[in-house]
Design a protein around this ligand. Structure first.
Ligand SMILES: [Zn+2]
Length: 487
């Protein structure tokens, strides 16, 4: 009875692939449950001198193996010549070969035809990895260094010896870094505007470089990746709008990053992101939450603001679904159906009482909702390593797709058909990984910090922001209770 074999390999630098355990995990989904596992930790794919691999080939020749599974072809071999020799051994022993992420199986005629094409790409890729590594080292030796100028808030310049030269790096000032972390956590808890954050800091007597804080200073600080622990998520975040100097594998979540803009302001200039020498002080998830909120905030600012009630904008007439007018009388705020007063006869909804009643009702409902969500959302974090691996795999898959697209451009008509098939398979794989990542990621319905909110105690702006974040609309009318439609 022949069995399945799973082969996993990872080289010492760990920069060329996902972890051995994740490789095995992926193969297990495709292989028989009793598959034998062969692991080579710390061996490169440049040659075949690897203990587990030698054992595997012995077992293949002894007729014990039915199919060989690996996460990617280059786990078996990075050399075209080696692989074509190995393939002859597999073939002679009627062993099929399955690469689980490249969606091909030598059991199929197409799989066989694909072998040489993929092997060529594997070779190509190894060459690019070598090239990139050299560039990296160059970049790293330069980019970790502070380019000069006034250090960002929270840091001072420290001189170090670098290849015999005096160079500057950023060194954190602990009590100021604490302020930075407080600003990030206060902002992402969705309860404060930039303006009120600045006000709070000034009230506490905290100085911004011998000056007072203002909304712009807070905004700039929140946007600066010089504070973030740069991991794969940060890499992806900047992927489309900056040139990233370092390799994705260097984004291991420990170092911070510099974002520099050359030749023109903000969006017009050429942006580069490079890893810094110093360690990050804010987690990537908090940082990205802040970026998303900052861009949302920008949109909100342009919207119409009513100073009468934080419910405005959310209220709709229960009867006609139309907008609600807000007006003031003797210091109290009242509502009326817009149509009822402006298009006589089209709606007859009467809305009783002043805004206080509605506000306190919505306040209670929001507090209940927060409590429930927080209770049901006890943060069950996915193993970080596994998620990071999946993301790296996704980026590698994207790179393979790009490779194939390039090959399609230059390849002749004959190559066309098979490459197109492979492309389809890669795209299907892309979708699968994306779905898996989505399923693995904890759903953050609740922004960080919402757990401790006492909604009734928030200020006007914060109540409005939280309400808009959670509520789609609130229906009000005379013959029905207030009805909240949640997002
Ligand atoms: Zn109405």
């Amino acid at each position: 009875m022949r069995i399945d074999a799973i082969y996993a390999r990872q080289s010492i630098e760990k920069r060329d692939s996902i972890s051995i355990e994740s490789q095995i995990e992926m193969c297990k989904r495709a292989a028989d449950p009793d598959a034998a596992v062969y692991r080579d930790a710390g061996y490169s794919g440049k040659n075949t001198q690897r203990p587990a691999f030698t054992q595997l080939m012995d077992d293949v020749c002894a007729g014990k193996i039915k199919r060989v599974f690996c996460y990617r072809l280059d786990r078996i071999s990075r050399s075209v010549l080696d692989f074509s020799l190995l393939w002859q051994v597999f073939d002679a022993n009627h062993v099929d070969f399955v690469s689980v992420t490249e969606s091909f199986d030598t059991n199929s005629p197409m799989g066989r035809a694909m072998i040489m094409i993929i092997i060529t790409f594997a070779q190509l890729e190894r060459e690019t990895i070598v090239g990139r590594y050299t560039i990296n080292r160059y970049a790293r030796s330069n980019a970790g260094i502070w380019a000069g100028g006034k250090p960002p808030y929270g840091f001072e310049i420290q001189k170090i010896d670098w290849n015999g030269k005096h160079q500057s790096i950023l060194s954190p000032i602990p009590e100021k870094i604490q302020v930075v972390q407080d600003i990030f956590s206060a902002y992402t808890s969705a309860t404060v505007s930039l303006y009120s954050l600045a006000k709070q800091l000034n009230r506490k007597g905290i100085k911004f470089n011998d000056d007072y804080w203002n909304a712009t200073a807070v905004r700039r600080l929140l946007k600066n990746p010089v504070y973030v622990c740069a991991d794969v998520d940060i890499y992806s975040f900047y992927y489309n709008n900056a040139e990233i100097i370092n390799d994705v594998h260097d984004f291991d979540g420990s170092h911070a990053a510099y974002l520099t803009v050359k030749g023109g302001k903000s969006s017009a200039g050429h942006r580069t992101l490079s890893l810094a020498y110093h360690q990050g002080v804010v987690s990537s998830s908090v940082f990205i939450t802040a970026q998303n909120m900052l861009s949302q905030n920008k949109q909100l600012k342009n919207g119409h603001r009513s100073s009468f009630t934080w419910l405005s904008g959310l209220l709709k007439c229960h009867k006609c679904g139309g907008r609600i007018n807000v007006f003031q009388n003797k210091g109290l705020t009242y509502f009326q159906c817009y149509k009822r007063f402006h298009q006589a006869g089209s709606c007859d909804a009467k809305i009783h009482g002043n805004s206080l009643r509605y506000e306190s009702y919505v306040e209670d409902a929001i507090q209940n909702r927060i409590d429930t969500i927080v209770k049901n959302n006890s943060t069950e974090d996915v193993p970080n390593q596994q998620l990071n691996d999946m993301k790296i795999q996704l980026l590698e898959n994207e790179r393979q797709i790009n490779n194939l697209v390039e090959a399609l451009k230059i390849g002749g008509a004959a190559a066309m058909r098979s490459i197109q098939n492979e492309l389809q398979a890669l795209e299907a794989e892309h979708e699968r990984i994306t779905n898996e990542i989505t399923a693995m990621q904890p759903v953050h319905k609740v922004p960080n910090g919402l757990a401790v909110i006492d909604f009734a105690k928030l200020d006007y702006d914060s109540k409005r922001d939280v309400a808009r974040m959670m509520i789609d609309k609130i229906l009000v009318g005379d013959d029905s209770p207030i009805q909240i439609i949640w997002k």
